[in-house]
Design a protein around this ligand. Structure first.
Ligand code: SF4
Ligand code: SF4
Length: 201
């Protein structure tokens, strides 16, 4: 006798009462998502809603929320649909089944689709493959992001070093003078006023 699968799920879609998948934190984005969005031109829609954060202690690309809400900014409140449904992030397509490298787990037990419908072997296999894909993409992005962050910082350091080297001696002295005065605003105001007087403004 064949055993019924432990994980039973059917997405309620537009009839879902609370959209846990779009109210979770964080909604992670992977390099594979960005690559796909560039190819299918979804990037124009997504770009204003992307954010680089290190709140959890390590860098992560995430989707922003509506201000003071937990709802993903790409959820269309009028149509009750995702604005990029056909190219949604891998992490969204994976919800609510997760994979941690060793075992599968339920990301949110509050997903109303859990326990609904009939789970076929084929659909379960499809969901497990998607969860494994999510794990692999998350691992790759998480390990590459700190390196990318370091390279970007190095790039800007080199840019500012090159800019400093191209300055005239006089400009360099002015900058050093301003920096040495630190945050003393009143002193800076006097400098600006006297500079304006000197130049006759
Ligand atoms: S919370 Fe669950 S059932 Fe509701 S839309 Fe998201 S995945 Fe589907
Ligand atoms: S990208 Fe779409 S599916 Fe993913 S959380 Fe945002 S609105 Fe929901």
């Amino acid at each position: 006798m064949s055993q019924a699968p432990k994980f039973v799920f059917e997405c309620l879609g537009e009839n879902c009462p609370d959209r846990k998948c779009c109210n979770r934190s964080p909604v992670q984005v992977y390099f594979e998502d960005i690559r796909r969005w560039v190819t299918d031109q979804t990037i124009n829609v997504v770009f204003p809603h992307l954010e680089l954060t290190a709140e959890s202690g390590y860098p992560m690309i995430i989707l922003k929320k509506y201000p003071n809400e937990t709802l993903c900014a790409l959820f269309n409140k009028e149509t009750k649909k995702c604005n990029i449904y056909f190219s949604k992030p891998i992490s969204c397509a994976t919800f609510p089944l997760g994979f941690n490298g060793n075992a599968f787990y339920v990301i949110s037990k509050e997903c109303p689709g859990l326990g609904k419908g009939k789970m076929t072997k084929e659909y379960l296999k499809e969901m497990r493959n998607q969860a494994k894909l999510d794990f692999n993409c998350r691992t790759r992005t998480s390990s590459a992001l700190p390196l990318l962050q370091m390279l970007i910082l190095q790039f800007f350091q080199k840019q500012s070093q090159a800019a400093m080297e191209s300055l005239s001696e006089e400009d360099r002295k002015k900058i050093e003078e301003i920096l040495s005065k630190g945050g003393n605003k009143s002193e800076k105001k006097e400098d600006i006023a006297s500079a304006n007087e000197d130049s006759g403004k």
